[in-house]
Design a protein around this ligand. Structure first.
Ligand SMILES: [Zn+2]
Length: 504
């Protein structure tokens, strides 16, 4: 991480940053001397001026190309004049066989019929109606730099138009077509986050969920062959068929990404919980699994609404996919088909739905940098399963679930970790998926159990509610969570968090 900042900030900037760190006692706390990267993230964004995206998309099903026209109202919230704006174009990471960051590094699963590239071609970019210079950058070509003709003053906004074509691979990954179904995760030019560290321009690492974004509003229109049913982040406000085409319009506010899927195989089941429309999209599942999945989604939303605070959007969907693991995106979670065809246990199906749905609160609504501090949302989503199981099946079931599925796995796997068990480090510093799972998920969840053991149930749930309510739609960091714990308990927690986050 240090390396990255050294590249992107000037010496003067570094001096100012150090002065800021050591003069400001309110931030940093435990970490200021140890992790420069951690202290400097995020002041919550001004939510009155979130970016907005209007997209018009056309799917060429024969050539597997998605043509997109994206109009972005971009707000300069950097606190100073801005000369350049950066976007991520993540599909480019999937362009070369040698470096493709497919899930679990398993290319044979991702490409059952052989590697084929995914990339985004930028056709045209205009800012305020005028052409500008732009370039594709970064080690994996996932950074798009827009050089503005005229700088944007702080708090002002500009209109950016990007025309692009996305080449969709035949693949079972975040973006791809396979066996009648399309997935579009991390697929369009999305504005990079500018926070107190400057621009966040990490490549698409081959571990974890290597992206970080701000909440924004979206209005999207998708035109595709009428045999495809669409599932998406947000509210589908119209779905019309005309001369062989389907035109779907979607609208949503304050979400940190927009994801969609389309399939000719979906069966949809709709219901409603606490005024939220629930849609479940299945492919070839058996009815026992479908029934279990629907009741789990409904029950999870109900429990987390009570335990954390109300889900603020009017729709939530789960989608059966070929992606090899559960994956959260705002308002829409991917649930792998292995959980629906009986190759995984029914408790596993319940667990994966609960975990991804918990991410709607931890990642979706309360955001964090998933590259630098993945433990914060992964640990809490993992621990949220314990909360779900104890509220659903009773305390002893929850306790038992925690011991068997989290604590004992952590104790067992940690034996293979060399050196300190550092939870708070960026994705590219984890020694592979096993260490990442052991630390970010399991040790992360154990940390939350340990907090609960220290403060008792009442205060623990009070902490989670405050952490949620005070940080909705923002990006927060580890220090914000520690501050919430310290405010609720009226004491310092330095030693505790140092032990759990930085090694043991
Ligand atoms: Zn997760």
């Amino acid at each position: 991480m240090k390396r990255r900042y050294m590249k992107s900030i000037t010496i003067l900037g570094l001096i100012l940053l150090l002065a800021f760190i050591f003069l400001n006692d309110d931030i940093g706390g435990v970490f200021k001397a140890k992790f420069l990267n951690v202290i400097s993230i995020v002041s919550p964004k001004d939510l009155d001026s979130v970016n907005s995206y209007e997209m018009d998309l056309k799917l060429d099903d024969t050539n597997r190309i998605l043509s997109g026209s994206e109009s972005v109202t971009y707000y300069n919230r950097s606190g100073k004049a801005m000369e350049d704006i950066y976007f991520h174009v993540y599909p480019n990471a999937f362009n070369k066989n040698e470096t493709v960051p497919v899930m679990f590094n398993d290319a044979s699963y991702a490409y059952p019929n052989g590697f084929n590239p995914c990339y985004i071609e930028i056709l045209n970019i205009k800012v305020e109606g005028k052409e500008i210079n732009y370039s594709i950058r970064g080690s994996d070509s996932t950074t798009l730099k827009l050089e503005l003709n005229k700088s944007i003053k702080k708090d002002e906004h500009v209109q950016i138009l990007i025309d692009f074509e996305l080449k969709i691979p035949e693949a079972r990954d975040r973006i791809g077509y396979f066996d009648g179904s399309y997935l579009f995760g991390n697929w369009y030019p999305i504005a990079a986050v500018y926070d107190n560290t400057g621009w966040n321009l990490d490549p698409f690492y081959d571990i974890g969920d290597p992206f970080y974004s701000d909440s924004a509003d979206y209005q999207v229109r998708i035109t595709l062959p009428d045999k495809y049913i669409v599932a998406a982040t947000g509210n589908i406000i119209s779905d019309k068929v005309n001369k062989g085409n389907r035109i779907v319009s979607i609208d949503v506010k304050s979400v940190r990404d927009f994801t969609w899927t389309a399939s000719s195989n979906y069966k949809i089941f709709n219901s409603e919980v606490d005024g939220i429309n629930i849609s479940c999209y299945f492919m070839n599942s058996n009815s026992e699994r479908i029934t279990k999945a629907i009741s789990t989604v409904e029950n999870t939303i109900k429990i987390f609404n009570e335990q954390f605070g109300k889900y603020p959007y009017s729709s939530y969907s789960i989608v059966e996919t070929h992606f090899p693991t559960g994956m959260e995106y705002p308002g829409l979670s991917f649930i792998p088909n292995s959980y629906f065809n009986g190759s995984k246990s029914i408790l596993g199906l319940e667990g994966v739905i609960v975990h991804e749905t918990a991410h709607q609160w931890w990642y979706g609504i309360v955001g964090n940098n998933q590259i630098d501090e993945a433990w914060l949302d992964e640990g809490l989503a993992t621990y949220s399963k314990v909360i779900y199981f104890e509220k659903t099946y009773g305390h002893s079931f929850g306790k038992d679930y925690y011991e068997k599925n989290i604590h004992s796995i952590y104790e067992n796997k940690r034996k293979s970790i060399k050196g300190k068990e550092i939870l708070l480090k960026p994705l590219n510093e984890f020694d592979g998926w096993r260490e990442y799972d052991t630390l970010a998920y399991k040790k992360g969840a154990v940390l939350f159990q340990e907090v609960r053991n220290e403060v008792g149930d009442e205060k623990f749930f009070d902490i989670l509610k405050k952490y949620y309510n005070n940080n909705k739609f923002k990006n927060v960091n580890t220090q914000d969570f520690i501050n919430t714990v310290e405010a609720a308990t009226n004491r310092k927690w330095e030693a505790f968090f140092e032990k759990w986050l930085l090694g043991k």
